[in-house]
Design a protein around this ligand. Structure first.
Ligand SMILES: [Mn+2]
Length: 440
């Protein structure tokens, strides 16, 4: 009887080599002429999703505030501030949670099939600029620190501006900063800094369960002297403050996903909001308009030219899917619906953005809220880069078999929008002339 183990053992003992699983064959060497450094890079430069220091999407990282020589077109910037919240604190840990949840967005595998490009390997330099070291002890100082940080970074010339001689449109005035909150009040600092560059009010597209345009006096307290005290600055009043300061463009700004309770016994909060020039899209509207219709309403209101600050409070998503947030409200949109809407508004001229109110201590074991936030950042970066491709005269690919999704804004009246949307989908999905059921 032959003993196969004995044959191998004899061969090993006699010094006869035979390739096996355990032999650790030598790594294939880089091409001739490769330097020792190239050899090391060939062996060790690529990370797995679960290895490496936690930067957003494994992107290159510097503390940009102290490294003026580190160029960027799009900055991911943490704003770990959470001492202006009305309910659950904890969003100061949002940036690190979102970074950890972005780990599977390795740039080598981040081609966004919905958009037809990889936002991390396209024309733009996308980097993780670290966090603003914001004080947790003094909100007035914190606001000043954040505003100073945004002002500093927005003044850095984007590297793509130097290579845009062939560009059809004018180069960017400033880099795009996408903030990881932090509670929602950080948006006031970003809007102030953007106003210094744009020198006129900009539109705000605000995804949120709540209005965040509340007058500071809407929070009852006999202790705070409102207006004018530090307690005016909260994560529910920052857009009111921004409106007072003339930072927000009236009649071009939009809330999307609202389902907040209102104060008192009337629609008074809505009246205050309307006075600030916002258009309101309720969470329930998605049942009638569907994500595509919501996106079209937004594009109709804002268009593709005026500068927009895109602010995403993660509580726009239902707390069943995103529980790790400061002020949860049942009845929100699904993560998929939000992503679909973000895709539908990719034509906006986004000049700054944030994803806020991720409070990981209330998140589930699967870090679902942080995962959603990381995906929202990915979609926003994708859209900003995609718009840049078009500005540079480049071609945008469409998903094979889904070319009809197209993209971009369509101008049409709000009246008839639903009927047209339904009709379009009937034709696109089922084909013209085919009998369709009314329930579609
Ligand atoms: Mn909010």
């Amino acid at each position: 009887m032959k003993c196969m183990t004995c044959v191998g053992l004899v061969a090993a003992l006699s010094g006869v080599t035979s390739a096996s699983f355990y032999d650790n064959p030598p790594v294939e060497q880089p091409p001739q002429g490769g330097s020792p450094l190239e050899e090391l890079q060939a062996k060790w430069s690529s990370d797995w999703a679960f290895t490496g220091i936690s930067t957003f999407a494994h992107l290159p990282h510097q503390k940009c505030l102290t490294t003026p020589s580190f160029p960027f077109d799009i900055a991911i910037l943490g704003a770990p501030f959470d001492t202006a919240v009305s309910y659950r604190p904890g969003a100061r840990f949002g940036p690190r949670a979102i970074r950890a949840a972005s780990a599977r967005q390795a740039p080598y595998r981040s081609f966004n099939h919905r958009a037809g490009l990889n936002p991390y390997t396209s024309w733009a330099s996308v980097v993780d600029c670290g966090d603003i070291p914001v004080t947790p002890f003094d909100n007035a100082l914190a606001l000043y620190q954040m505003e100073s940080a945004y002002t500093e970074l927005l003044a850095r010339p984007p590297p793509s501006a130097a290579t845009t001689t062939k560009v059809a449109l004018s180069p960017w005035q400033h880099p795009r900063i996408i903030s990881l909150g932090g509670d929602h009040s950080i948006a006031l600092a970003a809007l102030r800094a953007l106003h210094r560059i744009h020198k006129s009010p900009i539109a705000v597209l605000h995804f949120d369960a709540h209005l965040d345009t509340w007058h500071p006096g809407a929070y009852p307290s006999v202790w705070a002297k409102t207006p004018g005290s530090q307690s005016d600055f909260t994560h529910g009043t920052m857009f009111w403050l921004a409106s007072q300061e003339g930072l927000i463009k009236h009649n071009s700004s939009v809330h999307a996903g609202l389902r907040t309770r209102l104060g008192g016994e009337s629609f008074g909060d809505y009246d205050v909001d309307t006075d600030q020039g916002f258009y309101r899209i309720e969470a329930d509207d998605i049942d009638d308009l569907r994500p595509d219709g919501i996106a079209k309403l937004i594009m109709q209101r804002i268009g593709t030219e005026i500068p927009v600050y895109l602010s995403v409070d993660i509580d726009v998503i239902d707390p069943g899917l995103a529980p790790g947030t400061g002020t949860p409200e049942p009845g929100g949109w699904t993560t998929r619906e939000l992503i679909r809407i973000l895709r539908g508004i990719e034509g906006l001229n986004v000049v700054g953005a944030d994803v806020v109110e991720v409070a990981p201590s209330y998140d589930g074991r699967g870090e679902e809220t942080a995962l959603a936030a990381a995906q929202v950042v990915y979609e926003i970066v994708t859209s900003v880069v995609k718009r840049g491709v078009k500005e540079r005269g480049g071609d945008v690919k469409y998903t094979p078999g889904r070319e009809w999704l197209g993209g971009g804004a369509e101008k049409e009246s709000a009246g008839g929008l639903l009927a047209k949307t339904v009709e379009e989908v009937k034709q696109k999905v089922l084909g013209e002339g085919e009998a369709v059921k009314d329930e579609l």
